[in-house]
Design a protein around this ligand. Structure first.
Ligand code: COA
Length: 254
């Protein structure tokens, strides 16, 4: 079974992270598959809405940390860049159905979704600094706008985990549901969006996003720093600690 499952049902394209044994950690191939699905949705007039979800008890645990280690040694992570650009420029409405833990890009991608439904057991965390990294997906721009400067700092500087109730009160989530209700409620939102006049929906989405100045510029600015950070000794220590299932030790860094 593929690590990303894409299924079309009428006007709705569902994209499902499907690597539950690794908590849906995202590999380069998975970014490629999701990017292709976004492009397919944009190019196909028969698709009016995209739904994004995950299999199992995690939405996604973020970028695969072993891939981070490999990227630090080899290439530039072009797949992530292409994925983020396709996500931020998607013209069709995106409904995220958050079925559990959303880590790193699992949370940052939600700032690009138009409707977010989450199970009550979902948790949200962006542990970039503790991995020796910096934020991505324009989260350093979008989260202060979405939740305010201090809350964004707790999330992005401290890497605090918030529960679903907090995410709802901070405006990151439209609706909290039980596990059993998740796909029905997400499907209802998708059906309502799909029944509306499609051009009016696309133009309205574009207008709503117009206030976010230079998201693509911020994505590139963050990624330039991110690539540099991936090769840092701080990140190397964080990744190795994860692989060895121990706490990282940053005491030797200045
Ligand atoms: N990259 C690579 N492997 C990952 C992963 C990731 N981001 N997230 C989870 N996994 C793997 C674990 O190593 C484990 O593999 P193993 O069975 O071979 O040991 C498996 O997925 C299950 O994860 P586990 O940690 O046992 O599950 P948990 O329910 O105790 O915890 C998380 C789930 C998501 C809280 C925890 O796995 C975690 O913190 N992962 C790292 C998240 C992260 O830092 N992502 C990068 C963000 S920028």
């Amino acid at each position: 079974m593929s690590d990303v499952i894409v299924t079309q049902s009428g006007p709705v394209l569902e994209i499902r992270f499907n690597r539950p044994e690794k908590k849906n950690a995202l590999t380069g191939e998975m970014y490629d598959a999701v990017e292709s699905a976004f492009k397919r949705a944009d190019g196909d007039p028969g698709i009016r809405v995209v739904v994004l979800t995950g299999t199992g008890d995690a939405f996604t645990s973020g970028n695969d940390i072993k891939d981070f280690q490999a990227r630090a040694a080899t290439e530039e992570g072009i797949q992530v860049s292409l994925f983020l650009n396709a996500l931020s420029s998607l013209t069709k409405p995106l409904v995220a159905a958050v079925n559990g833990m959303a880590v790193g890009v699992g949370t940052t991608m939600l700032a690009h979704a138009d409707i977010v439904v989450a199970v009550r057991s979902a948790r949200f965390v962006m542990p970039f600094t503790s991995l020796g990294l910096v934020p991505e997906a324009a989260s350093s721009l979008l989260f202060p706008l979405l939740v305010g400067h201090q809350r964004a700092s707790a999330l992005l500087l401290l890497g605090e985990t918030i529960d679903a109730e907090t995410a709802y009160h901070w405006g990151l989530v439209n609706r909290l549901v039980s596990d059993a209700e998740l796909m029905t409620v997400a499907g209802d939102y998708a059906a309502r969006l799909a029944a509306l006049p499609p051009e009016a929906v696309r133009q309205t989405k574009a207008l709503i996003k117009n206030g976010r100045r230079d998201v693509s510029g911020r994505i590139e600015e963050e990624l330039a720093l991110f690539r540099h950070r991936l090769r840092s000794a701080e990140a190397a220590e964080a990744f190795q600690a994860f692989v060895e299932k121990r706490n990282p030790d940053f005491s030797r860094f200045s």
